[in-house]
Design a protein around this ligand. Structure first.
Ligand code: SF4
Length: 495
């Protein structure tokens, strides 16, 4: 059946400014498409080109022009006797801009893109997915020109976003994805190729990859619950609309008529105005958590063991002195028993970080300990938080999955703070003073902890479990909040 977007605005009452913005999105698909393809080109350049350039000189900076000429002596520009030959006069300039391109890609991907995409989802819903994401645009394009196959049942499994998030996060740490362009190409480029492959095979002009497999779709679905804007569906107006209309061309295959929240909506705007019943609208940021039905188990597991557990482990291991001490002790123990192969650093770069020119080589022991550390943090921190939430929910006679959603603000802020550690590192390297950063982090952490604590108490109170159960349940919920906040206190103020 041909999918036709039927939009009637004439009969609708005067729409608010925000609703008109949604209508604009529906009416200007070409402008949005042009923006998407511009992002695709930009993304492709920044992912692909730096991976084929040499590692930047350690002295290279993105913004500063304060380069020592010696910093840019590239062996390929040296005469055999080691002296500088005539063409080398150009080398510093070329090398500067070559290095800058690599640094720019690192900075944009890990210093700007990730932290601010996370922030944008909390503030505006999944506009990133629906309007800007290059992977989404490419998978939809492939799907429009692909085989249009039926989506198999295994692909619809709700656990894929959890598995994909955990594997991508851990693998990214093992290959140092934040530091090396080759690793970035492998992970981001690999993900894009997979997205296009899935688009080619399944669905007809849809974003099957984004809906079921994207490693961050589960995280975005959780965070979008907090957004103060969403595409609201008025069921009464929908049903009262005269005549038949075509189906909405919804890329993530949502049943728009029955949509009650922004969690899965990509905020692409295509349904705005449909049957005079869909509009972009404000809402209370807590509305979807306080009123939504119980989320799937996979979503709650992703929140507690993925966003809180695995992500915390991934952000911590480089700065945790206990990790370094444990590594040293393990190495000594192995050497004492003449077991030396775990100390070899001969793994390929796509398995473990291996960049001899930068002196950055992971041993098999490094890899095993990083993996073990992240999984241990996920188990201990995630397990503790889950136990507290489970206890709070039982005392409040609630479902633990719904109670867990109260942790979304703190988990989201933790993710933002963790990712912005890369932003801070880049800015420090550029000589930018960040004296305000500890206070800023403290404010955000306090905001996240207060928000999550307050949400949890409201959820418990709404169940009216009685004063004693409410008091003990509240203590259990606040213990979960404190456990998460404490890990960030260690990261930013203790270690
Ligand atoms: S419901 Fe679907 S079509 Fe409507 S804005 Fe969300 S993703 Fe787009």
């Amino acid at each position: 059946m041909e999918h036709v977007q039927v939009i009637r605005f004439a009969a609708a009452p005067r729409r608010r400014r925000l609703a008109r913005l949604g209508d604009w999105m529906a009416q200007h698909r070409r402008a949005i498409l042009a923006m998407q393809w511009a992002v695709v080109v930009f993304y492709a350049l920044l992912v692909v080109v730096p991976a084929f350039l040499p590692q930047p000189n350690p002295e290279a900076r993105l913004f500063s022009n304060d380069f020592g000429a010696s910093s840019f002596v590239d062996p390929s520009y040296c005469a055999p006797d080691g002296s500088m030959a005539a063409p080398q006069a150009k080398a510093p300039y070329v090398a500067q801009w070559r290095d800058r391109l690599v640094l720019l890609a690192q900075y944009l991907f890990w210093g700007v893109w990730w932290p601010f995409v996370i922030a944008s989802v909390v503030l505006m819903g999944r506009v990133w997915c629906g309007v800007l994401c290059p992977e989404g645009a490419l998978t939809e394009f492939a799907s429009r020109h692909g085989r249009g196959g039926h989506i198999p049942k295994w692909l619809r499994w709700s656990g894929w976003p959890v598995v994909a998030f955990v594997l991508t996060t851990i693998y990214g740490q093992l290959v140092s994805v934040y530091d090396y362009a080759q690793a970035t190409l492998l992970i981001l480029g690999g993900s894009t190729v997979a997205a296009m492959g899935v688009g080619y095979l399944y669905g007809k002009g849809k974003r099957v990859w984004c809906r079921y497999l994207c490693p961050v779709s589960g995280v975005f679905a959780l965070l979008a619950r907090l957004a103060p804007v969403h595409f609201r569906v008025d069921r009464a107006r929908w049903d009262a609309y005269p005549g038949r209309t075509g189906a909405v061309d919804c890329p993530p295959l949502l049943d728009v008529k029955h949509m009650t929240g922004g969690s899965q909506c990509h905020a692409c705007g295509r349904c705005a105005g449909h049957r005079d019943a869909v509009e972009l609208a404000w809402r209370a940021p807590n509305a979807e958590i306080l009123a939504a039905p119980t989320p799937p188990t996979a979503e709650a597991v992703l929140l507690i063991f993925g966003m809180i557990g695995v992500a915390s482990g991934a952000f911590q291991w480089t700065i945790n002195p206990w990790f370094v001490a444990a590594k040293q002790a393990t190495a000594d123990w192995l050497i004492g028993r003449d077991i030396l192969w775990p100390l070899d650093s001969d793994a390929p770069w796509w398995l473990l970080t291996h960049y001899p020119a930068s002196g950055d080589l992971f041993t098999w022991l490094d890899g095993a300990l990083i993996l073990g550390y992240i999984l241990a943090v996920a188990a201990v921190l995630g397990g503790t938080v889950w136990l507290c939430i489970f206890a709070a929910a039982r005392l409040g006679r609630r479902d633990w999955r719904a109670q867990a959603l109260a942790l979304t603000p703190l988990a989201g802020i933790g993710l933002f703070l963790g990712l912005s550690m890369m932003t801070a590192n880049h800015l420090r390297a550029e000589g930018v003073s960040l004296a305000w950063l500890p206070a800023f982090r403290g404010v955000l952490l306090a905001l996240g902890a207060t928000w999550s604590g307050w949400l949890g108490l409201r959820l418990l109170a709404a169940a009216k479990p009685g004063a004693v159960r409410l008091g003990i349940g509240a203590a259990a919920h606040l213990a979960a909040v404190a456990a998460v906040a404490a890990t960030w206190v260690f990261v930013f103020y203790v270690w």
